[in-house]
Design a protein around this ligand. Structure first.
Ligand code: MN
Length: 299
């Protein structure tokens, strides 16, 4: 070790011990908080829910992709502006900048990774809720899963249609009131590879989506509150050239409904019977937010 390095190391050690002393003084001022107690109506239902959670008869499935600097981002063609990649910056790591703590700050888009589209994201929903205004009651609800992974593997431009919904309903019953429609395409297996995930060539991106008539029906007539997909956005890769373009965004967000993208683990959900919980950040005036999406499943 050089003289200079040794002296730096000594200095760092003394900085760390000064900061530790400051932390101890700080923590002596802390007072414990009382635990909140449960009570009120519905406590029995919740108690049996907790029992099922503890016994494992209700399982919790993570529908969220990891969010990192490697997370694929949508790429719009010029002249449109794009979201930069997610970036994490270290503040301290148990060192002289914070002897007992590790933390980071990050920069990234509202529409990064597994994320929630609020109605205000689209011009048709410009007078509707931003992400902080979305009623939380609508962020918890029944989920139905339509699996078109075989079709999407054969045809990356596969579009879900009204006929697919009718066939699903014949087999599983009507879509439940206030449900989330989760559209499985197998695209989650590409989520750690930007090129495969966006699947673009000289004619643009080729990823599965929803056709115009179904998008219109989901928005205006169906009992669905939102649509969740495994791809980079709720609309098909080729939806830039649909008429109207981006029909899921246009119709669903315009109808005060929601989008949920880049989901994982839909293969672990039953076709019906799961409960979705989605938690976007309460970003004031936000058009959307990276989120944690979870599903509760009966075993
Ligand atoms: Mn989005």
């Amino acid at each position: 070790m050089s003289k200079e390095t040794a002296s730096n190391a000594r200095m760092a050690r003394s900085d760390v011990s000064n900061a530790r002393n400051a932390l101890e003084r700080y923590s002596r001022g802390a007072t414990p908080r009382p635990l909140a107690s449960a009570g009120g109506a519905g406590v029995d239902t919740l108690a049996s829910f907790v029992e099922s959670l503890m016994s494992g008869s209700i399982d919790v499935i993570d529908l969220t992709q990891p969010l990192s600097e490697a997370t694929p981002m949508i790429q719009l063609p010029p002249p449109f502006a794009n979201t930069p990649n997610w970036r994490t910056h270290e503040i301290s790591h148990y060192d002289e900048k914070g002897p007992a703590w590790y933390w980071n700050w990050f920069e990234g888009g509202e529409h990064a990774g597994t994320h929630f589209d609020a109605p205000i994201h689209w011009i048709t929903g410009k007078d509707r809720d931003d992400v902080a205004q979305v009623p939380v009651r609508r962020l918890v609800g029944p989920a139905v899963v339509i699996d078109k992974s075989r079709e999407a593997q054969a045809n990356p431009d596969y579009l879900l249609t009204m006929n697919d919904i009718r066939a699903f309903e014949r087999q599983h019953g009507s879509l439940p009131e206030g449900c989330w429609l989760l559209y499985r395409t197998g695209w989650d297996t590409r989520a750690n590879d930007q090129k495969a995930f966006l699947n673009a060539n000289e004619t643009g991106p080729h990823t599965p989506g929803i056709d115009i008539d179904l998008a219109r029906w989901l928005a205006s007539e169906s009992p669905v509150v939102g649509v969740g997909v495994e791809t980079v956005g709720t609309d098909a890769g080729a939806a830039h050239s649909f008429n109207p373009p981006f029909p899921c965004h246009q119709f669903l967000l315009g109808a005060n409904k929601y989008g949920l993208t880049q989901l994982a683990n839909l293969a672990k959900l039953p076709s019906t019977g799961a409960v979705l919980l989605v938690a976007p950040l309460k970003l004031v005036k936000g058009s959307g937010s990276p989120c944690r999406a979870l599903a509760l499943v009966q075993r």
